[in-house]
Structure formats: structure tokens, C-alpha cells
Design a protein around this ligand. Structure first.
Ligand SMILES: C[S@@+](CC[C@H](N)C(=O)[O-])C[C@H]1O[C@@H](n2cnc3c(N)ncnc32)[C@H](O)[C@@H]1O
Length: 275
């Protein structure tokens, strides 16, 4: 009898999916299919309604939230999440990890777990989900095609000297924990919103409207949108999960050399999908 020298491929695999921002309603059909067919589903979904639904789809759903309490430092929590997922994959299980929103947007351990699984020879992939920014575009009626859109982590934006463009929209994530590198607070550090206002004021007028945005997380709820002039930002009370939106400011002037070189109509520039 001839023995095959071909190795059987590992059965273990990792699929990362998103549950969306709005509980249950924004979980994609492909994510649902993965969840139903998984041997085990690990979750970071801070929502009891979604958790109840996930448990109806799969008998083995394990929440990873307690890792945040068990580890003192955020970095250790991330490593614990990655190890939890990888250990199950190494046991040759079909592992699905479900994170809220889009699983690859502001989620370090999802990307890292995929890299490590692949490095160990296991198939690993991520599916797109619906992020808070997607909800913001819909709720605020913002199309990034119009003037462009830049997106930053709020504390990073404040601390680092970024070259940003006030002529494009600005989305600042994690405004509700501005200045807190440990991400253990539920409010911005005292004085942090004032520092952010000072950073923005040279680029906008004090009356420029800005929005503190909190998307609905339940189908029956409505999103909370608080518009205010930029000068009021130091007094804002953003929710823990809020995102800050700053609309574009100022007139853009076309580069006439490019306009001429492309033979574009100088006084009637119309870009596809924008005004
Ligand atoms: C760790 S990130 C997770 C993002 C998530 N993966 C996503 O796809 O939206 C947390 C940040 O996302 C934004 N966010 C999460 N939930 C939100 C909500 N319900 N409304 C507005 N922004 C939200 C906030 O900026 C918050 O600080």
C-alpha cells in the first residue's frame, strides 16, 4: 500500500465578523452564515440583545468581555484576546470572532489575530461590517465624495501635530475618552476638550457647527446628534461611545494649471458624485 505524503490541511480556521452598531439589524447575511457554521463563536459585543440573538444562532458563544477586567493593561487584554482565538484555532476548531461595528475599524486584536493565524498556517479572514462612521454618514447626510473626509483617533489627533485639511470633513473617534490612553475612563480627561478646541480654532470660525454623534444601537431607538458651535466644545458632555464630526470649512480654489492641462471647464467643475 502506498502511503500518501501529502499533509492534510489544518481544519482550524479563523473568521472575524462584525455585528454592526445597531443590534442584530446590522449583522450581515455572510456574518450570520459564519456564526451559524462555527464550532465556537467568541464575542466582543457589548449588547445583551445581540448576545441573546448570537446564542440562538450557535450553541457555543463565549463572551471575551471579562478579559478587560482580568488584565490590568489594555495591551495585555489585546494579547489575551489574540491568544484565546489562536488557542481555539490550534485545537482545529472553526473559530468565529464577532466584534461590534466593523471588526477591523479601531480593533487592534482582530487584525493581529488574523496575521498570527496565517503565520501559523491557518486560513484566516475578515468580513466587512457596518461601523459607527457608516452610521454617521447615513444619519448626518454626509457623503465623503463631496469634499473628502479624514478620520482620526481623537487623542492621537490632539497629541500629534497632524497636517489635516479643514476643507474636508473631519471625524474624530473616541472623543468620549479624549486624553485617556488607558481607555478605562468613561469621560474625557479634564481640560482635554479645551485643548482640542484650541487646536481646531485656528482652522475654523468659533461659530463653525460641529456635531457630537451617538448612533442608535437598537432598531427602536433614534441616534443622538448634538450640534453646537465649535466654541462650545469644551462644555460638551460626549457619551462614552460618541464620535465628533466637524463639517468642511472654507472655499477650495482649483489649481488652474491642472484644470488647463486636463482641459476642464474652468468655471464649472463638477466631480463625479459631488456637487
Ligand atoms: C473601539 S472603537 C470601535 C469602533 C467599531 N469597531 C466600529 O466599527 O464602529 C469605539 C469608538 O467607535 C465609535 N462608536 C462606537 N459606537 C458608537 C455609537 N453608537 N455612536 C457613535 N460612535 C460610536 C466611537 O468613536 C467610539 O469611541
Amino acid at each position: 500500500m502506498k502511503l500518501s505524503t501529502q499533509k492534510t490541511p489544518p481544519r482550524g480556521r479563523l473568521t472575524i465578523v462584525g455585528s454592526g452598531i445597531k443590534s442584530v439589524a446590522q449583522c450581515t447575511i455572510e456574518a450570520r452564515r459564519e456564526i451559524e457554521n462555527a464550532d465556537i463563536v467568541y464575542t466582543l459585543v457589548p449588547d445583551p440583545v445581540a448576545m441573546h440573538w448570537l446564542r440562538q444562532l450557535n450553541a457555543d458563544v463565549q463572551a471575551m468581555d471579562d478579559l478587560y477586567q482580568r488584565c490590568e493593561h489594555r495591551w495585555d487584554t489585546y494579547q489575551a484576546i489574540i491568544e484565546t482565538l489562536l488557542n481555539a484555532v490550534r485545537k482545529q476548531q472553526r473559530v468565529v470572532a464577532a466584534f461590534y461595528g466593523h471588526p477591523g475599524v479601531f480593533v487592534y486584536p482582530s487584525h493581529e489575530a488574523i496575521k498570527q493565524a496565517r503565520a501559523e498556517g491557518y486560513p484566516a479572514s475578515m468580513q466587512a461590517g457596518i461601523s459607527a462612521e457608516d452610521c454617521l454618514f447615513a444619519d448626518l447626510g454626509v457623503d465623503p465624495a463631496e469634499m473628502g473626509c479624514q478620520s482620526y483617533e481623537a487623542t492621537q489627533f490632539l497629541v500629534w501635530p497632524r497636517q489635516f485639511d479643514p476643507g474636508a470633513a473631519l471625524v474624530l473617534w473616541q472623543i468620549g475618552v479624549l486624553g485617556d490612553l488607558t481607555l478605562t475612563r468613561a469621560t474625557p480627561l479634564p481640560g482635554a476638550l479645551t485643548l482640542l478646541t484650541k487646536k481646531l480654532l485656528p482652522y475654523y470660525t468659533p461659530d463653525h457647527p460641529i456635531a457630537v454623534y451617538e448612533s442608535a444601537t437598537l432598531d427602536v431607538a433614534t441616534s443622538h446628534i448634538e450640534w453646537m458651535p465649535l466654541r462650545r466644545l469644551p462644555y460638551a458632555k460626549p457619551a462614552h461611545v460618541a464620535t465628533l464630526f466637524v463639517p468642511p470649512f472654507g472655499e477650495l480654489v482649483a489649481d488652474q494649471n491642472v484644470v488647463a492641462a486636463l482641459n476642464l471647464p474652468a468655471n464649472n467643475l463638477y466631480f463625479a458624485n459631488s456637487k
